[in-house]
Design a protein around this ligand. Structure first.
Ligand SMILES: *Cc1c(COP(=O)(O)O)cnc(C)c1O
Length: 500
């Protein structure tokens, strides 16, 4: 299986090369040349299998240049019971006969990014070995909160790599910030950027596309790569859990083979929902994709109108990992919907860069709308969803999952569609404890309490166990306190690597 760039179909690289490089040189994203087809019989046979087996089944179809031994090694190192607290890795929770939460947050940082970022470093070191890479790989990450910590955990102390994480100064939760600035490891660095997530992401993209800077790093023995969801090595592991969830529903008799399900995804960069779309392309019976956004509802408007317009107010919300106005992975979706037309993708992405807006051709819009539904909710509605679900069932959702649940409930009421539905549950409620507690109680309940008192309070209220990785933050001292202007990010990288 070879990989093309969304902006230049003529480029063709192996999966090892695509993963090592992260982003294609002219700025495009790597996509597989075709999608392997999976039969219903094969899907049915996954029902009795472990997460490891399901992962090997899906990943081996895409990473065809990896040896079986290497690929199995990546999977078993990444998805351990020790790190995920459960053999299921991504368990499905049944809320009622129609709604199932796919819990993607049992990993070490309590958010769904672990599903990809625990395995990416193994993909990367394997890819380096396979391509005889002699340079040290530098991972640059712009994070809206969860990616940063998950990448730090995944890459810390991985030989042959170093990692630098940039997060928006005022755009992450207190716990997210603590998780990052207390990170240990001999190859890690963390800095805050004065700006929002898009500023941080643009800064990272600029560093990536600066040819002169690339030469400088090259001369010093470094090679840049990305752990952002633009890297194919991050996207491909996300396809696995949609197959796994379907297999779980088969195993528990909730569905029969071939039954269609809906998928609801709280969306930011469009990576997670794109992975579910790719699963459908491979043959997983998915009927409707429901794209849920917070008040940064650029994708809701896009799916409803075909016009992508990022020229709008940026909102800082209680679901900060979705506070995004440029959804990078949408580019892969456009490439696919246009029938792999790199010319159209180039044109639209250039429009986005120069005008902040583009309109897709009518056929792309029609194809998208035949499969995708979209809606959004504000913070108040997010809180109401947390409260309502808890009151009705005792299940506690984090703020991101709550956005998805709110949007799903609205969709269900509007359409009457009673298809069984998988909602991607993307973070532990403990990670966003303050907002969750305000939703379950009120402002007074959290007033004057520090993060650790809040964790304890949420434990009492929910009856859930506080994740070990959050509880232990209490005893850690912050290591990183750098705050940089958004046009100074390159200097921060140079300082860390000691290049001039
Ligand atoms: C990253 C993240 C999202 C958004 O996922 P995308 O793949 O960027 O669309 C949603 N919820 C949580 C908790 C996240 O960390």
């Amino acid at each position: 299986m070879q990989y093309h760039s969304t902006r230049d179909k003529g480029i063709s690289v192996s999966s090892a090369q695509a993963i090592k490089q992260g982003l294609s040189e002219e700025g495009g994203l790597f996509v597989p040349e075709s999608f392997p087809h999976v039969s219903l019989d094969e899907i049915e046979s996954l029902a009795g299998k472990s997460y490891h087996c399901r992962a090997y089944f899906v990943l081996s179809k895409f990473l065809t240049d990896f040896s079986e031994e290497d690929l199995r090694g990546c999977i078993t190192s990444a998805y351990t019971k020790e790190k995920f607290g459960t053999d299921a890795i991504a368990p499905v929770y049944k809320l009622n006969d129609e709604v199932y939460f796919l819990e993607l947050w049992h990993g070490p940082t309590c958010a769904f990014k672990d599903m990809a970022l625990q395995i990416l470093p193994h993909f990367l070191t394997t890819s380096m070995k396979m391509t005889n890479e002699d340079k040290e790989i530098i991972i640059l990450v712009a994070t809206s909160g969860d990616t940063g910590k998950a990448a730090l955990e995944g890459f810390k102390d991985v030989a042959g790599t170093r990692i630098i994480v940039f997060y928006p100064d005022n755009g992450v939760s207190e716990i997210q910030k603590l998780q990052m600035v207390t990170q240990r490891g001999n190859n890690v660095s963390v800095a805050a950027v004065k700006g929002n997530f898009d500023d941080a992401q643009n800064g990272v993209k600029q560093i990536f596309t600066d040819a002169e800077y690339k030469d400088l790093l090259d001369r010093n023995g470094f090679k840049l790569s990305s752990a952002n969801s633009i890297n194919w090595g991050r996207l491909v592991p996300q396809i696995v859990y949609y197959f796994s969830a379907y297999a779980d529903l088969l195993a528990s008799g909730e569905i029969s083979i071939g039954d269609e399900v809906n998928v609801v995804v709280p969306t930011g960069n469009f990576g997670n929902i794109l992975a579910s779309y790719y699963a459908k392309k491979m043959g997983l019976p998915i009927k409707t994709f429901i794209c849920a956004s917070n008040e940064n509802n650029v994708l809701t408007d896009f799916i409803k109108t075909g016009v992508y317009n990022k020229n709008r107010r940026f909102h800082t919300t209680i679901s900060p990992s979705m506070d995004i106005l440029i959804s990078s992975n949408l580019e892969r979706f456009l490439y696919d919907l246009s029938g792999c037309d790199d010319g159209i993708v180039r044109e639209l992405m250039e429009k986005l860069r120069s005008e902040g807006e583009y309109t897709v051709p009518a056929d792309i819009k029609a194809a998208m709308q035949s499969m995708f539904d979209a809606d959004f909710c504000d913070d108040k509605e997010t809180m109401a969803a947390i409260r309502k679900t808890f009151d009705e069932s005792g299940y506690v959702m984090d703020t991101h999952t709550a956005v998805a649940k709110y949007v799903y409930d609205k969709y269900r009421a509007r359409t009457g569609d009673n298809t069984k539905t998988i909602i991607a549950s993307t973070a532990s409620p403990f990670k966003f404890n303050q907002s969750v507690l305000i939703a379950l109680e009120d402002y007074n309940a959290v007033a004057g309490k520090d993060e650790f008192e809040l964790l304890e309070l949420l434990r009492e209220k929910s009856g859930m166990k506080v994740p070990e990785s959050l509880a232990e933050l209490k005893d850690r001292t912050p290591i990183f306190n750098t705050v940089v202007e958004k046009d100074q990010m390159q200097n921060t990288v140079s300082d860390f690597l000691k290049v001039e």
